[in-house]
Ligand binder design. Structure first.
Ligand code: DGY
Length: 326
């Protein structure tokens, strides 16, 4: 039997490539950068299967270009880059990588909570600048975490894990749910409360965003949302940048309408809203939520297994349009 042709839009961990090479001839973007739109559309022309990234737009135009496509595997859990409805309409299976990056992303959210509350980045800069004059009773006062209220926006896999990790800090946990359904794990393990978005804004000391980016969640955090948060509250985002209206966040941080923000994702990556980089009450990471060896290997091998299944006409482990297999 002829081997499949697979295109990988940017190098991923070798374990995933090795799996793909068992069944396919694999071509990989040789440069460690996202492909331009034209490069993407040109390079996938002969592909039976594609492994792509959150920076690749997978839509009708892409499917027109990749005319032999039997499956597309996203190397990410977030899939706002994929027009799933269009893929389904065309009968093309698509998949993502949930589960394997849950702990890494939840730990990253906690890194941002600690760094924001205790001003880790700001004070690290002071040490490196050589301007620290020695211990002072009023210097660099931060916020307590223990016993405070943690608000989880979107209590899916990652949001649930972030909440569970708060156990060592005896926090009160609130969460929102777009479906209105209660989260049994959070209810039983933490006696968490399902609240409205407005209640969560008003009561939380730390708000951690874990919802997917959809038309409903785009700019969910804007000037109005910030005005309903406590002035002492911190906003943490490890989901997708456009959930926050970044210019409004800059204004809120500048005016101390909220205490701080810890961000791993941005509205227009890799750019940031003007002024954000100059703010000491913002901790800024370069979208590294899933960037641990274990997690990235897991993403690569899951994406590869998913694609191999789709190439063989089988249901992938983590499909986005499972109705194609009903
Ligand atoms: C994802 O998986 O959606 C992250 O943003 C990248 O790992």
């Amino acid at each position: 039997m002829d081997r499949f042709k697979v295109y990988v839009t940017r190098m991923i961990p070798q374990d995933g490539i090795d799996l793909l090479r068992r069944v396919a001839d694999v071509e990989i973007n040789p440069e460690d950068r996202p492909l331009s739109r034209n490069e993407l559309l040109t390079n996938v022309r002969e592909a039976d299967g594609v492994v792509g990234l959150l920076t690749d737009r997978i839509d009708g135009e892409f499917f027109d270009a990749a005319k032999n496509l039997k499956g597309y595997a996203n190397y990410a859990v977030g899939f706002d880059n994929i027009d799933v409805a269009e893929a389904t309409k065309r009968g093309i299976p698509v998949s993502n990588t949930p589960g394997v990056l849950t702990d890494a992303t939840a730990e990253c959210a906690w890194a941002l909570i600690f760094a924001s509350a205790r001003r880790v980045v700001e004070t690290d800069k002071v040490m490196r600048s050589g301007t620290w004059s020695g211990w002072g009773p009023l210097q660099f006062i931060g916020a307590d975490i223990k016993g405070k209220t943690l608000g989880i926006v979107g209590a899916g896999r990652i949001g649930t894990e972030v909440a569970l990790m708060s156990r060592g800090f005896g926090m009160k946990v609130l969460y929102t749910s777009s479906s209105g359904r209660r989260n049994g794990v959070l209810d039983s393990e933490l006696h968490a409360q399902l609240v409205s978005f407005d209640q969560l804004l008003a009561q939380s000391d730390f708000i951690s965003i874990h919802c997917p980016l959809t038309p409903q969640t785009r700019h969910m955090f804007d000037a109005s949302a910030f005005s309903h948060m406590k002035k002492t509250a911190y906003l943490i985002n490890t989901s997708r940048g456009p959930v926050i209206k970044e210019n409004d966040l800059v204004t809120a941080l500048r005016n101390s309408d909220i205490a701080g923000a810890g961000l791993d994702v941005y509205e227009n990556e890799p750019d940031m809203a003007p002024g954000l980089a100059g703010l000491d009450n913002a901790v800024l990471l370069p979208h590294i939520g899933s960037a641990t060896q274990n997690s990235r290997n897991g993403m690569a091998t899951l994406a590869a297994r998913n694609l191999i299944a789709m190439l063989r006409g089988q249901k992938p482990e983590t499909p986005l349009n499972s109705e194609l297999y009903d």
